[in-house]
Design a protein around this ligand. Structure first.
Ligand code: XUL
Ligand code: CO
Length: 437
């Protein structure tokens, strides 16, 4: 029975001609695309932190969000009410998965012991609600950036005592995720970086971070947690440089410290753009290395240089994302987590619905368009034929490491001046646009 959003109906698919803003125009959970339902392709998740804990304050002003279920305290009753409102929201939206940070769901106590007891109690509540509502935990994580002790980082703090606090906290957050049957656990290095090199021993901090992740891998094995471990790249903010800068930097780090078999990446659009990359670049970089695991679905604003976490409403972006996801055969146990917040002016409870509907419909449309592009094949064929000269005996000999510079010179003399072809960039962009109907 609806208790918190009683004036809002279940959000249902009504088709593209519907004028009802509280309906899906494109997301039809059980509709099949490339042999799988939209629900399975998209594996949407709702972020507890933005949905339930973000009061929409900004550095210039107080929170504006109207949250009648939240009295602003960390009492047991309030903690539970938030969770109940959250699961009612998931039901009405038809979202199957969720994600949380330990401190979003359970308040810190006066001691580590009390903090752990708070978390255990809340994990019990989450477990019951998951079962009652048929929801799953996509991933859990630890908030290692809010508490003042983490001012200089957690696993990269200059203080070994802070490192120890972070280790204990991550242990408990992995336990919570494991207990709730989470299919993944995310490491987002919120303050794992530096503000300035004037006071930073960068090699030591990177090494410490690697040892921290080693311990997490060891712990995961010992408790039998089989979910994926993800690193979530982000170049900066709040640090001026974060060690998990982008996909390439994460891969370099994981390979240097022999962790690449243990981690996949959770890639967020707004983090990609902060690193001056397109999301497609980041996804293709990760997919090529076999580490594209999950996605934080949001977007930035072209005029703003920080992590604005807008809801993803850009159809081109969603199409590009879903094309890469389809190409690699899906995200497996990963999903699309709306790590996105409403604007400060969208403060009514119903705006939570509008925001998620906008994101889900955009991705459903992106999925359908990406599938259409794939079955049409012209864009894929254009790339294939562009590189056709490599499907040749010389190409084979280069790939197998047999070819020498002398062989190349001989070939060049034989073929004479190469016939260079147009890249047809604008023609292909126009072809892509033709699918956006
Ligand atoms: C912050 C961010 C985080 C992670 C989880 O930019 O994206 O919310 O997704 O810690
Ligand atoms: Co994120």
């Amino acid at each position: 029975m609806a208790e918190f959003f009683s004036d809002i109906p279940d959000i249902l698919f009504e088709g593209r001609d519907s004028k009802n803003p509280l309906s899906f125009k494109h997301y039809e959970a059980d509709a099949m695309v490339e042999g799988r339902s939209m629900r399975e392709h998209l594996r949407f998740a709702c972020a507890f932190w933005h949905t339930m804990r973000n009061d929409l304050s900004d550095p210039f002003g107080a929170g504006t969000a109207i949250m009648p279920w939240d009295d602003g305290t960390s009492s047991d009753q309030n903690t539970e009410r938030r969770i109940n409102a959250f699961f009612e929201f998931l039901d009405k939206m038809g979202i199957d998965h969720y994600c949380f940070h330990d401190r979003d769901v359970a308040p810190a106590g006066a001691s580590i012991d009390e903090t752990n007891r708070n978390l255990d109690r809340v994990v019990g509540i989450l477990e019951r609600r998951q079962d009652q509502h048929g929801k799953k935990l996509l991933w859990g994580t630890a908030c290692l950036f809010d508490h003042p002790r983490y001012v200089h980082g957690a696993a990269t703090s200059a203080s070994i005592d802070v490192f120890a606090h972070a280790g204990g906290q991550v242990r408990r957050a992995i336990d919570a995720t494991h207990h709730l049957g989470g299919s993944g656990y995310v490491f987002w290095g919120g303050r794992e970086g530096y503000s300035s090199l004037i006071n930073t021993d960068m090699p030591r901090e990177r090494e410490n971070l690697a040892r921290f992740l080693d311990m997490a891998v060891d712990y995961r094995r010992r408790i039998g947690f089989e979910g994926r471990f993800y690193i979530e790249p982000k170049p900066k903010e709040p640090t001026s440089h974060q060690y998990d800068f982008d996909v390439a930097t994460c891969l370099d780090f994981l390979r240097e410290f022999d962790l690449v078999e243990e981690f996949m990446l959770n890639i967020e659009t707004n983090h990609a753009t902060l690193a001056s990359h397109s999301m497609e670049h980041e996804l293709r970089s990760a997919a090529a290395a076999g580490v594209l695991g999950s996605i934080d679905a949001n977007m930035g604003h072209p005029h703003l240089g920080w992590d604005t976490d807008h809801f993803p409403t850009d159809l081109v972006l969603a199409t590009q994302i879903m094309r890469v996801v389809l190409e690699q055969g899906g995200l497996g146990e990963g999903g699309l987590n709306f790590d996105a917040k409403r604007r400060r002016g969208s403060f009514e409870p119903v705006d939570l619905f509008h925001a998620h509907i906008a994101g889900m419909d955009t991705f459903a449309r992106g999925l359908k368009i990406a599938a259409a592009i794939r079955s049409d094949r012209r864009l894929d064929d254009a790339i294939q034929s562009r590189y056709a000269s490599w499907d040749s005996p010389l190409g084979d000999s280069i790939r197998s490491g047999q070819c020498t510079l002398e062989d190349l010179e001989k070939h060049a003399i034989e073929v004479g001046e190469p016939a260079i072809e147009s890249g047809r960039e604008e023609m292909l962009e126009a072809m892509f646009n033709d699918f956006l109907r």
